[in-house]
Design a binder for this molecule. Structure first.
Ligand code: SF4
Length: 341
């Protein structure tokens, strides 16, 4: 990791509930608890991977952090400033400093604009450069992301998926951001192209001292780009640790099941892995006690009754699990130990 121990982003007790309304008076009858009290930091120059199944709240968290959605409760601090309190010039500065790269580059790029115009849009709006200087800045960005200045007048449909994602990255970088939220940036791409885009993101992070919040459902994608990784389940953080610790000593049964699904191509290990069954419960009425208990292979009585706190079990390694001290979790290849409980 480049950079310092200085936090560029601090998320504190963030909640995002989507109300469910009924009747002609739109009476609120319940809510979808998409993000339910999450806290974490991203240090300057760091990549924090945020991983979980579809519907766990990770994308909503990214959108609320960037003020694309309003929070229900909690705070987000960017460089120490409360993001939800920003107005006028300060809000403009935050919008410039914190950018996002979406999953589907095709739908996130305006098909009627040339890629040069798409990248130049923000540069003009934030008055970073004008006229010929603006064109030069776009040409430089195109080269930085592995395209060429000659692509300026081409349109999104003329590019492959990987090239379009390079354009989306160039657009995000056009405002010289400090933080980039990458929301499933390679999930829509062929496996062979994914590595190229991941390498590009890693290189840009180093060259430009960027910080990333890297949102994905795929643990094999985050391993090489992340300094720390957090797993999310039903709106909560289940586990958070340094990447090396996370992969060598996962402690939460949910993390271990995700690793089992991602990391074990060898069939003899697959037999010993935890393969999750059943769907994620509804975030409208999450299960009482531990939210993972309906799918957890080692759940005990306490798990159905008491809600577990996120606690530091090893240095810098946070886990939300009542029973983590009572079994001996190992990397997924040896996880048959847990099956005996
Ligand atoms: Fe499983 Fe219980 Fe731990 Fe939840 S608290 S992850 S149900 S063992």
């Amino acid at each position: 990791m480049n950079g310092t121990n200085h936090n560029i982003l601090e998320v504190r007790h963030l909640k995002k509930y989507f109300p469910i309304t009924r009747g002609i008076f739109s009476k609120v009858v319940n809510s979808v608890k998409a993000v339910d009290d999450i806290s974490f930091n991203v240090k300057e120059g760091e990549t924090l991977g945020l991983v979980g199944e579809s519907g766990c709240g990770k994308t909503t968290a990214g959108r609320v952090i960037l003020r694309l959605d309003r929070p229900t409760a909690g705070n987000v601090y960017f460089e120490g400033q409360d993001v939800f309190e920003l107005r006028g010039e300060e809000l403009m500065r935050f919008r410039k400093n914190a950018q996002i790269v979406f999953q589907d580059p095709y739908s996130s790029l305006n098909p009627r604009l040339s890629i040069g115009s798409i990248i130049a849009e923000g540069i003009g709006a934030h008055r970073i450069a004008r006229g010929i200087k603006k064109k030069e800045a776009v040409a430089e960005l195109l080269e930085k992301v592995g395209l060429s200045a000659g692509h300026y007048h081409r349109y999104p449909h003329e590019f492959s998926g990987g090239q379009r994602q390079r354009v989306a990255i160039a657009r995000a970088l056009s405002l010289n951001p400090r933080l980039v939220i990458c929301d499933e940036p390679v999930s829509a791409l062929d496996v062979s192209i994914q590595a190229q885009i991941l390498n590009l993101l890693a290189k840009l992070k180093k060259d430009l001292n960027l910080s990333y919040l890297f949102i994905t459902h795929n643990l094999s994608v985050v391993e090489h780009v992340s300094d720390r990784i957090a797993t999310m389940y039903l709106g909560e953080i289940a586990e958070l640790a340094d990447t090396a610790e996370f992969y060598s000593n996962p402690l939460h049964p949910y993390t271990i099941s995700l690793l089992s699904a991602n990391m074990l191509p060898d069939p003899k290990y697959k037999k010993k892995a935890i393969i999750l069954t059943g769907d994620v419960p509804s975030p409208i009425n999450p299960p009482a006690g531990c939210r993972f208990h309906t799918r957890c292979p080692v759940a005990g009585e306490i798990c159905r009754i008491e809600w577990p706190e996120l606690e530091e079990k090893r240095e810098g390694h946070l886990v939300r699990c009542h029973l983590v001290d009572r079994f001996d979790p190992k990397p997924p290849v040896k996880f048959d130990v847990v099956k005996e409980i």
